[in-house]
Ligand binder design. Structure first.
Ligand SMILES: O=C(O)CCC(=O)C(=O)O
Ligand SMILES: [Fe+2]
Length: 443
């Protein structure tokens, strides 16, 4: 079934006759009614078949029509030279707009299964060594110079005390070639810059950074923070390439922590290559997991997501580390905010290349009352999320040959109609490391 849509929708071609020609909406409505109010793939197929019939009749009569070329159902192949995610495919986008605004409850799972995750011990001594601070060698903090603590000449030890005493202080940074983190050297005086921002520790030889630990977890209540075994319910929406929806992936505490922390920092979203676009209307900000700080909520959530991708997604070589992309927090808040049809990675059937994106997860803390669904635009899968669910989808069509998807992972954030939507999007890359990080590769 899946094998048909990537190719047939790739053939939708507009020749300036849409408005004066076939009334698409009536075809959409008719197919929906004929199929008992369901959308998805059977509906898309019905629409295309109906339009082909109308086209044949119109052609014979010399009338206008919505032009689409005859489609093949098999094998599925992207249209030669066709670039996914462009605006050229008008029929597909009209179908997307229509599907987004129909209250059909979304796609139902093929099956439901369970996933178990054993949390790392976030309060183990190794994970909290260094007390309230995480030390980062060869890193400086570029931003957050708005503290009146100023630059001060003092011992590193004193700097820790001063920073801890001020809630605004998120860390401090100094340059000292040859300095190493040891008890005696903590008493040496350095020129210290205190910072109100510590998420973006940047590589710099001879620099040293002390970051305040995440405040998400209080390790003083040690007894309450034994590592937990978490059990999740997983709804399988598609087997290959995988689309899973996981219930209660984030806890309420995680969501409120991330919402509170990101909302004041958000700016207009950008698209791949930089810049804003009406294709992606929302607000966003990056969150940086710090794999040296296990108490950090963003770190814990990222570790859980990677574990899921390895065990459930089958991407066993995936590794969370500093080479991965930051997590993108996205807020859709105004009527019509949306993300047009796009692929997050390569989706025209090539071979997977190390360092590139291999999977995506979207975790919803706030869902809209109407609209804001996540729709797979070439396969008709529609996710109507519940708060705190995680949508995971991978792009590998065949794990044995590492052949990539041929269009079925193309997706869209439906226009927001009522309420607000707040999500975190995470992209997974195989083979990235701290030294060879994501920015060296395209998507
Ligand atoms: O908003 C959504 O539902 C999808 C978001 C998305 O596709 C992305 O952030 O890459
Ligand atoms: Fe996306």
């Amino acid at each position: 079934m899946l094998a048909l849509l990537g190719s047939l929708l790739g053939f939708g071609r507009l020749e300036g006759r849409l408005e004066s020609g076939q009334n698409l909406t009536s075809t959409f409505d008719e197919c929906r009614l004929r199929l008992g109010n369901t959308l998805g793939e059977p509906w898309m197929r019905c629409v295309v078949d109906s339009l082909l019939e109308v086209q044949a009749t119109a052609k014979a009569r010399g009338e206008e029509y919505f032009p689409i070329e005859a489609h093949t159902f098999d094998p599925l192949a992207p249209l030669h030279g066709h670039s996914y995610g462009t605006r050229s495919d008008d029929l597909k986008n009209k179908m997307r707009d229509y599907s987004c605004d129909v209250a059909d409850g979304g796609s139902q799972p093929l099956r439901t299964t369970a996933w178990q995750y054993e949390e790392p011990d976030v309060c183990a001594s190794a994970a909290t060594e260094g007390g309230a601070f995480v030390y980062k060698a060869d890193r400086f903090l570029p931003a957050g110079n708005d503290l009146d603590l100023g630059d001060s000449h003092m011992s590193v030890h004193e700097a820790q005390e001063r920073c801890e005493a001020d809630v605004r202080c998120q860390g401090f940074t100094f340059s000292a070639a040859g300095w190493s983190h040891s008890a005696s050297r903590m008493e040496e005086r350095q020129w210290i810059s205190f910072k109100s921002k510590s998420e973006d520790a940047t590589r710099g030889d001879g620099w040293h950074t002390f970051k305040r630990r995440g405040e998400g977890i209080d390790c003083s209540a040690r007894a309450l923070r034994q590592p937990r075994i978490l059990n999740f319910t997983v709804h399988v929406l598609r087997e290959t390439p995988p689309v899973y929806l996981v219930d209660d992936f984030y806890s309420e505490a995680e969501c409120s922590y991330m919402l509170n922390y990101t909302l004041p920092l958000m700016g207009p979203s950008v698209v791949v290559g930089g810049g804003t676009s009406t294709w992606r209307q929302s607000y966003s900000v990056n969150m940086y997991p710090d794999y040296d700080d296990e108490t950090n909520v963003v770190t814990q959530a990222a570790r859980r997501k990677f574990a899921f991708a390895r065990t459930m997604g089958g991407y066993t070589d995936l590794q969370e580390n500093e080479g991965q992309e930051p997590v993108n927090a996205v807020y859709y808040k105004d009527f019509g905010d949306h993300y047009g049809a796009h692929c997050d990675g390569e989706c025209s059937g090539g071979r997977y290349l190390e360092g590139h994106r291999i999977a995506t997860s979207v975790t919803y803390c706030q869902v809209a009352e109407e609209g804001g669904y996540t729709l797979f635009t070439r396969s008709g899968l529609k996710v109507v999320p519940k708060p705190r669910q995680m949508l995971f989808f991978g792009y590998i069509e065949d794990l044995a040959s590492m052949a990539m998807d041929r269009g079925h992972t193309e997706h869209s954030g439906c226009p927001l109609r009522k309420g607000r939507k707040w999500i975190t999007t995470m992209w997974y890359r195989q083979g990235v490391t701290k030294e060879k990080d994501w920015s060296r590769f395209t998507v």
